[in-house]
Structure formats: structure tokens, C-alpha cells
Design a protein around this ligand. Structure first.
Ligand SMILES: NS(=O)(=O)N[C@@H](Cc1ccccc1)C(=O)O
Ligand SMILES: [Ca+2]
Ligand SMILES: [Ca+2]
Ligand SMILES: [Zn+2]
Length: 324
């Protein structure tokens, strides 16, 4: 569990309890499902929020995922904030109500439950990033989930082949059960060959950035990402940045990453996918372990961007005033 001073953060059991409570309180608009089990056997919750939530309706779908990296605990709080915002705002806030009525929202609050629990084990932080899967044959553990996706896997020196590395990509794409489960869920959202999930945000910490594909190349356009699409990503990214004060840029302008989730979501499934790096900007402001006192402010900071993404999900090109 978290160190006492940081008890405001939710550990795995507390996160699950929070989600169970929400499912009980809002059965008409929230369903608690499961992606499957992590390597060590922990359930990975999947939340669906929409009107007539038990029905698969013909409404644009949105995906918010959090906590691919174990020490990035603020992202679990971000996902719990989204659950709270959509449920408590429904029927009260007109913008939220319209989104819940016209979209199907998927939230994955914890992509890496094993890593997260390990990171806070013994009431102290271990600065752990990866999952807890044995790798190689020297007793090492951990695949970097955000290098294990299957688009341009290990293509471009944007990850490491060394099992002990923080950015170890694994022996193959989708080696980690955690990336397999989210991949399988996303693929299951293809109906008559059309991907129902139109847009998404992958939450990380820290640096306060809004990132869009590609991560594997510094080219602004490349196979599967043309000029209008680049313009749409940049326009939406800048609009999000205006609302939360983060810095918007193409993912690769910071460093090259291969096998990242947003490259796969976009190139393989055509999903308008962004990575948000949350608070703080620097290690001096808490790095991966900011005090629990910032949770409310730093999660609410992304309310407008999260809602705007959902509003554009029917046609992202509207952001550049293009029809189709
Ligand atoms: N959370 S993070 O510090 O690990 N950054 C993430 C996301 C990311 C990817 C590419 C450039 C900047 C940030 C990563 O997978 O490297
Ligand atoms: Ca619905
Ligand atoms: Ca649907
Ligand atoms: Zn991260």
C-alpha cells in the first residue's frame, strides 16, 4: 500500500472498491466489466459509460486508458476522476449529459496492476515502470507495456532489447498479457469491419505534454498518416493544450518510441489516439510521486480536453473544417 502520507492515492483494492461503488450507484449508465487478468492474475477492470449502457448502440466510442507504467499512479486517479465526472455530472451538467447520451465511453483505469502493487509494496516506492512478467533467463522481470504494441515493433531504436532495460520491448509484440488483453478488446470493437472506437487518450506522467503519433519516426507524415490527418492531430492537440496548459507536440519530437500504444491505435485501427503526460513538469515538483494533495487539481485539469475529445469522436476532421 501507499506510504501513509500519500494515502489519498488508490491502491489496487481501493481502485476496485471505488469502481464497484460506482457500478452499484449508477447501473443505468455504468457497467463494470473486465479485460481479463494481468500476468500475476489480477483482474483488469473495464468500465463502460453510456445511456442504455447494457445495449451496444450505434454511437461513437471513446477509449481512455491509464497506468501502463507502474510508478505513474496519478493516472489511475485521472481514470477514477473520469468515472466520477461522467457519473456525477450526468443529468446535472448539460455538456456531460449530451456526451454520455451520444457516445459509448470505455475507461481502463489500470493497465498494469501488478507493477503498481509492486511499486508501493512495503509502504515505500520502488520507482518501478514495467509489468512484473519474468523475462530472459537471469531472473529479471518486466516488459515496458508502452513498447510492446504491434505497430513498427522494435523497428527504430525507440525501445531496448535488453531484458533489464526500463524500455525493454519484450521478446515479441503483445508478449505481455496486459497489452494482449487491451488489443483483443479494441479488436472486438470492430463491427462489420468498422472500428467503433474513434478516439482515445493514454494517460502517463510526467512532463505535462500532449502527444500524437507517430512516435517511431520524426517525419510528420508517413505511411498511414497523411497531411490532413497530421493537421487534425496537431489542431486537436493544440486545442487540448489550450485547456490544460500542457505542451502539444508530436510524440517523436521528444524521443523516438517504437511499439507504443498510440502508434498502434492509429495505424492499425484508425483511432485518433493521444498520449497525455500529466503533472508535474519536473522532478523538483514531485516527479513520479507528487503529493496526494495535488490529485484533485491535476485530474480536474484534464476535464475539458477529455470532453472535447469525446465531442470530436463522430468526426475528428471537423477540427480542420474538413468534411470527410
Ligand atoms: N511516461 S513516460 O515518461 O514513460 N513517457 C511515455 C510516453 C512518451 C512517449 C514518447 C515521447 C514522450 C513520452 C513513454 O512511453 O516513454
Ligand atoms: Ca448509449
Ligand atoms: Ca456501439
Ligand atoms: Zn509512462
Amino acid at each position: 500500500g501507499f506510504p501513509a502520507a500519500d494515502s489519498g492515492y488508490h491502491d489496487y483494492a481501493e481502485m476496485q472498491a471505488e469502481l464497484d461503488k460506482a457500478a452499484k450507484a449508477y447501473p443505468k449508465i455504468l457497467q463494470k466489466l473486465s479485460l481479463g487478468k494481468s500476468y500475476e492474475g489480477r483482474d483488469m477492470p473495464l468500465i463502460k459509460i453510456s445511456d442504455n449502457v447494457a445495449k451496444d448502440e450505434n454511437e461513437p466510442e471513446i477509449l481512455y486508458d491509464a497506468h501502463q507504467h507502474a510508478r505513474e499512479h496519478l493516472t489511475v486517479e485521472m481514470a477514477l476522476y473520469l468515472v466520477k465526472m461522467f457519473t456525477e455530472g450526468y443529468g446535472k451538467d448539460s455538456r456531460i449529459t449530451r456526451i454520455v447520451d451520444t457516445r459509448e465511453i470505455w475507461i481502463v483505469p489500470d493497465m498494469n496492476p501488478d507493477g503498481g502493487e509492486y511499486d508501493v509494496s512495503g509502504g515505500k516506492y520502488h520507482s518501478w515502470r514495467k509489468n512484473r512478467q519474468p523475462v530472459g533467463n537471469g531472473g529479471y522481470k518486466g516488459v515496458d507495456l508502452n513498447r510492446n504494441w504491434g505497430y513498427k515493433f522494435a523497428c527504430c531504436d525507440g525501445s531496448s532489447p535488453v531484458v533489464s532495460s526500463e524500455t525493454y520491448h519484450g521478446p515479441s509484440a503483445f508478449f505481455a498479457p496486459e497489452t494482449q488483453h487491451l488489443r483483443d478488446f479494441v479488436l472486438s470493437r470492430r463491427v462489420n469491419g468498422v472500428q467503433q472506437i474513434k478516439a482515445g487518450i493514454d494517460f502517463h506522467t510526467y512532463s505535462e505534454l500532449i502527444l500524437w503519433p507517430y512516435g517511431y519516426t520524426t517525419q510528420t507524415t508517413a505511411a498511414g498518416l497523411n497531411g490532413d490527418q497530421q493537421k487534425t492531430f496537431a489542431t486537436l492537440g493544440k486545442a487540448f493544450a489550450k485547456s490544460n496548459g500542457y505542451t502539444p507536440e508530436q510524440s517523436s519530437s521528444l524521443y523516438i518510441t517504437d511499439g507504443s500504444i498510440i502508434d498502434w491505435l492509429w495505424a492499425n485501427q484508425g483511432i485518433w489516439a493521444f498520449t497525455f503526460e500529466m503533472y508535474p513538469t519536473t522532478p523538483g515538483k514531485g516527479g513520479f510521486y507528487p503529493p496526494a494533495s495535488v490529485i484533485n487539481r491535476e485530474t480536474a485539469r484534464n476535464q475539458d480536453a477529455s470532453l472535447t475529445l469525446a465531442e470530436y469522436a463522430d468526426c475528428a476532421y471537423r477540427a480542420i473544417k474538413k468534411e470527410q
